[in-house]
Design a protein around this ligand. Structure first.
Ligand SMILES: [Ca+2]
Ligand SMILES: [Ca+2]
Length: 171
């Protein structure tokens, strides 16, 4: 089993459209708006990847479009079963819609493939860590990047997201 700690780069493709709430790595402050919307505690330690870590005067959430964060390329082993693991949350207020999202994708030299999407809805969704995983075996032997995106699309809504403990394991 191999374990790869993954670094990150915000707006790695220069395509982000969000005007606030850009992903960053740091020690997050908790926010509350009808329940927790940004978690002040992480899974791995003091830091996580979070859509603007400070609570600030306003909620400091994603506004105006999409924000992305991706690690540098990682060279996957050529053999074995490869599994991506991560902890994540998406939180939004009841002013969200299905246009808002949290998304995980794998990027290779031949394109981007969505691995997971959590869409928003017109409900109050509190932040809570969940674990996600995806099979990266089809990408064995390739150089890949894991791309995380969060979006406040369509009408403005309170949207926050977090990611932690990103790993690739070889079995
Ligand atoms: Ca935030
Ligand atoms: Ca929205």
């Amino acid at each position: 089993m191999a374990l790869y700690p993954i670094k990150q780069l915000t707006d790695g493709y220069g395509t982000d459209t969000a005007v606030t709430g850009a992903w960053e790595r740091g020690d997050p402050e908790a926010t509350d708006s009808s329940g927790p919307k940004q978690l002040g505690t992480t899974v791995s330690g003091s830091n996580d990847l979070v859509t603007a870590r400070l609570a600030g005067a306003s909620a400091g959430d994603v506004d105006g479009g999409t924000t992305s964060i991706r690690p540098p390329s990682i060279a996957l082993p050529a053999s074995g079963t490869l599994r991506l693991g991560y902890s994540w949350y998406l939180a939004h207020a009841d002013n969200a819609t299905a246009a808002d999202f949290f998304r995980v994708s794998v990027v290779t030299s031949s394109g981007t493939t969505v691995l997971f999407t959590a869409a928003g809805a017109a409900t109050d969704r509190d932040a809570a860590w969940s674990t996600g995983s995806a099979d990266l075996t089809p990408y064995a032997g390739q150089s890949v990047q894991i791309l995380f995106e969060a979006a406040d699309a369509a009408t403005a809504s309170l949207v926050e997201a977090g990611v932690d403990n990103v790993t690739v394991r070889q079995a």
